[in-house]
Design a protein around this ligand. Structure first.
Ligand code: HEC
Length: 129
């Protein structure tokens, strides 16, 4: 019985961590790839280090927030209204890391920083109208 529950616990641990690990890539493939592979509307192409370098320099919290709110040809949330900030952020990490960055999936602290940037960006956009 004890062995059995250890086995279940192990399965859950590995199943769960590999799902988390694959999240950024999965979201990218589902939602972002259609534009970010081909460079539709001048979307920064995944793997185009020259295009990504200035974005990477701007920083993870800022470009994730700006992408999530939407910027020019980039639709808010990648055009998927129910996409969470966390999933969006993971997909951004996946793309950036294919293009020269070495970012980590967002932790609590990073998600808070992204939230703050989103609020700031929304205020800025509201002023313009
Ligand atoms: C309909 C096409 C389209 C889809 C789908 C799309 N993007 Fe974009 N994305 C763009 C375009 C175009 C830009 C460039 C915007 C600009 O700077 O003019 C962009 C820019 C970005 C940026 C840089 C933002 C900045 O600060 O300049 C990030 C980050 C980003 N996208 C993330 C994502 C993620 C993550 C997804 C999927 C969840 C996604 N995009 C889906 C078109 C798209």
């Amino acid at each position: 019985m004890k062995l059995f529950s250890t086995f279940i616990a192990l399965m859950m641990t590995f199943g769960f961590s590999s799902a988390v690990f694959a999240n950024g890539e999965a979201t990218y493939k589902q939602v972002c790839m259609s534009c970010h592979t081909s460079g539709v509307a001048r979307a920064p192409k995944v793997g185009d280090k020259a295009k990504w370098a200035p974005l990477i320099k701007e920083g993870q919290a800022i470009i994730t927030a700006h992408g999530y709110v939407g910027v020019r040809g980039m639709p808010a949330k990648g055009g998927k209204p129910d996409l969470s900030i966390e999933h969006f952020a993971q997909a951004t990490v996946y793309m950036a890391n294919q293009s020269g960055a070495s970012w980590k999936d967002p932790d609590e602290k990073m998600l808070k920083a992204i939230d703050a940037e989103i609020e700031a960006r929304k205020k800025q956009l509201a002023k313009k109208k």
